[in-house]
Write a protein that binds this ligand. Sequence first.
Ligand code: ADP
Length: 527
Amino acid sequence: MHSIESAAPAARNEHGRSSIEDALWRRALANPLARGYVIALFFVASALLVTLFLQRFFQYPFLFLFFAAVMATAWFGGTGAGFFAVLLSTIAVDYFFVPPFHSFAVNATDGAYFLAFVVCAVAASWVSSSKKKDQAQLQEARDRLEVRVAERTAALERSNAELRQREQQLILLTEVIPQQIWRGAADGSIDYCNQRLLDYVGRTMKEVRGERFMEIIHPEDRGSLRQSWERALSSSLPFEGEFRVCGAGGQYRSFFTRGVPLQEATGNILSWYGTNTDIEELKSAERALMRTQAELAYLSRVLTMGELTASIAHEVNQPLTAVVAFGNACLEWLSADPPNLEEARLAAGRIIKDGARAGAIIARIRALFQKERAAKSQLDMNDVIQELIVFLRHEATRHRISIQTDLDPGLSQIKGDRVQLQQVVLNLIMNAIDALLEAATCQKEVLVRSRNENPTGIRIVVEDSGAGFSPEIAEKIFNPFFTTKSEGIGMGLSISRSIVESHQGRLWAVPRPSGGSIFQFTIPEET
Ligand code: ADP
């Protein structure tokens, strides 16, 4: 039984087709082969209609539009559809335009013309379809290229974003690290400082960039900093140094800086990275320690001298009191009437005896220093000197005096008493400092030199540019209690000479040709 709907005529669309026809039509168009045939039919039919109309105006067969139809079909429908259009055109041309008209037969006279049309149509179809194919391939290659470019661009953007993120993290790291960080270009000019550094100096990046970085360094430290920085730049070796940096409030603090170069595989330097560590606490502790050591050294010197003076006074007092007493007695015997010459002679004899006793006491004290042989050990005098200078330097800097050393790295070792020889060098340097304090010279410098002595042994020289000493007192200065200083004791050089002599050495002084004095002593290698 048929349903009412199936019996009723199907609804027509705007093209006058039923919905079933419409669906079939759509499916046909979806199939590329079928679409090609439809295109061929359309173009050839259009060419036929227009040619039939135009033929009225021409004497000869006007067939160009069929070539156009074939080419257009091959272009839009592909090679198969192109050949189908050639077939249709051949049939249409044969039927309508090649005598006998309205017949598929071909006159022998028009055979060649007809064949030429067919060959030309096939050629037009082939040219058009291959052109189209080339263009399609070109388009495809272009599309593939575009996809590639898009992929590459996306990858590049991704890696750029990652790079930016990493850079951001790095900057964050340099900002949170409890350290001052800086970066220098390959030529050494500073081009980045982290916020911690900028906060400390209270300046903007622009105000510390390049040469302006030197403005935050203590003027006295700029020369040495510039020197070691230039040395690092020319040698490409890590850079280290200590200098004072001016804080936001104008106060200076000491910093230890360390910089390393970032190099390419070829060794070419790209930039320098470095950190500044605040060592102010350490420095002030070190300064306090040095001050204490210097004070201690001074105190021990004074104490030693004080003790010595007291014991000398005590020891010498007895014979001197006796000398005075016998002197008085002698005078009394002589002023008696008649003078008692025998008693006076006896008293004078006692005076001589007690005088000799006082001399013996002094000799014994001098001998004290020569008796201490037990503490002798193998010594490197360079070490002894450097150890001393460490704690004397602060005292010297306080008086704007510079202590320079010129120590022979191949200095022979000697056998000696470390404490005693240190005492000698300490005495000589302290005397040099005293002489410089008295002098009006502008270049206040002490130079300590060490050299090997021929054939064996060593020589230590302490030179200063101070007031010097006059030739008249040149030998007296080594006498006990000889001093030209208001608070001097006059025992330093005398004791020092005793110590040096107890090491079988020699201590002497000469004026420095350019002003000042040179004190030097030698110690033989085996003592
Ligand atoms: P003090 O230092 O107590 O005077 P010293 O025995 O060390 O005792 O020195 C004796 C004297 O030698 C000094 O007072 C000074 O006149 C002289 N003297 C020592 N060292 C130097 C020096 N470097 N330059 C000039 N004179 C010196």
